[in-house]
Design a protein around this ligand. Sequence first.
Ligand code: PLP
Length: 332
Amino acid sequence: MDLARFPRRRYTEGWTPLEHLPLLTQHMGGPHIFIKRDDLLGLTAGGNKTRKLEFLVADALRQGADTLITVGAVQSNHCRLTLSAAVKEGMNCRLVLEQRVPDSYDYDASGNNFLFRLLGVEKTTVVDLGTDLNAAMQAEVDELAAEGRKGYVIPGGGSNPIGALGYVSCAQEILAQAFDKGIQFDHLVTASGSGGTHSGILVGMRAMGSSIPVTGISVRRPVPEQEGLIGGLAKDTRDFLGLPTEPPEGELRIFDDYVGPGYSIPTDEMAEAVRTFARIEGILLDPVYTGKAAAGLLDLIQKGHFKRGEKVLFLHTGGSPGLYAYQDVILD
Ligand SMILES: *Cc1c(COP(=O)(O)O)cnc(C)c1O
């Protein structure tokens, strides 16, 4: 599949590492655990949004935009990376921050919030859950237009077909790396949020002829809702690429057992998984996405869903700056 026909900026040199985790494998006594280190992608502190932004920002530049506008939660990694891409391109960036948990915005908070200020965000608008986010972003476009400037709206999580190309391309990268190392994976596990990562990987794998099952650990929505989101975005991404639409029958593997009380609300299993990865492999996860996804990975290993002798690839989607806003819940 030829992705070179789509405009792309490059924010990472080469491939991210694909590593075996021997100590965690031994600790769990189950399948061989591998990790794809997308926490080491380029832009400020890495993470999965960097791959999506390579295509989204190229599209913004092609359209002559001078300002990126996007939306996320109060500790959004996506907002940090969009802002970082804007800095790197000499553009401005405006953020709409959604308080998914009431009163969760704190001007002085650490983690990503600190980085929004450090990286020089032009304007931050804080809104409550239930606000029309597209209207809030359009208001910024209109305000900029009145000043003779041009804004480009990136949807939450960068999850539209253009952004999902980042993970279609990551599927190609993983298959090339697995071939290079002589490994055939039995499963791939990823956090599943706004969906560009999960859908993109799935579309990419199938387009490349790989039938590797892709398991998404939902961090926010119940299974039926997340299935609708992933199935819909996968279809739109296939259409965008001009690929035949395959029936998603039995294709979507999603678990919602690790969300806990809600998006970004800590769970004991998340904190335990974050400590396990840190203390056994020296790898930092994050409290909102990869901590819950890893809690799912470890629990599904314990339950025998992923079996001894199998090879499981965990996609590390980044997010470690969020740890610094959750210090007290992570340490036992
Ligand atoms: C956004 C994000 C995800 C979820 O990716 P989606 O493409 O939105 O599903 C996972 N991990 C981290 C660290 C993120 O910031």
